[in-house]
Design a protein around this ligand. Sequence first.
Ligand code: HEM
Length: 229
Amino acid sequence: MTWLSSFWRSSIGGKVTMAVTGVLLFGFVVAHLLGNLQLLKGPDAINSYAKMLHDLGPLLWVMRIGLLVVFLLHVVTAIRLSRANKAARPVAYAKEATMQASLASRSMVLSGLSLLAFIVYHLLHFTFGITNPDHMARKAAGAGGHDVYSMVTASFANPAIATAYAAFQLVLFLHLNHGLQSFAQTIGFHHGRYTPMIKQLSFLLAALVAGGNVCLALSVQLGIVKGAA
Ligand code: HEM
């Protein structure tokens, strides 16, 4: 364990931890979006998907705890690296590139903290049913468990909630766009020839994920997805 903790404490170990945990969290966000897109197919599709997840029983808890550990590792390592960067910073920047890198990492800390606030709100909303207990109260007919379709459509029918979710997707986009580029750099893709391609690919993936989430909120607001009776 000592070598593991000294690796984590090293600068390269911190970067590798950020890359590995970041890509796992990206995988979760993509999988979560693909599951949530079942909303567009109607109540049966999304409620059966939610039931399938809940039927995993203890395995679901292993996955949830795994996700929490990965998430905490990502946040704690980000804080450690950001502190180390600040401590090592010269009084004035010698090069513009150094200043740009510092601005980018500072904006990652800011967007990361905003996402943390969103996730806390999101869990209070959909997982613990504290912000809108009325949305959680319905049970799915036949499928058992929560009526996720009603829960999500009732929530996104509220313009304030739909706008809050859509606004946070902009922050998610910024964080993913830069995070995916950093990931590519950490695993060694920083050849001049590939950089523009990596930038475009990161932009596209981040836009697809954030845009997909916005579509969910928008589809309810525009009446394309109708609330359950
Ligand atoms: C329009 C977009 C989204 C919708 C409709 C949505 C919907 C939901 C629902 C219904 C749940 C509760 C699952 C359950 O306990 O049965 C949930 C849980 C969760 N969501 Fe989202 N979500 C969205 C976006 C996001 C985003 C962008 C993130 C992360 C950045 C996220 C992270 C989570 C996490 C961590 C959980 C807890 C997982 C668990 O309890 O197993 N969600 N979401």
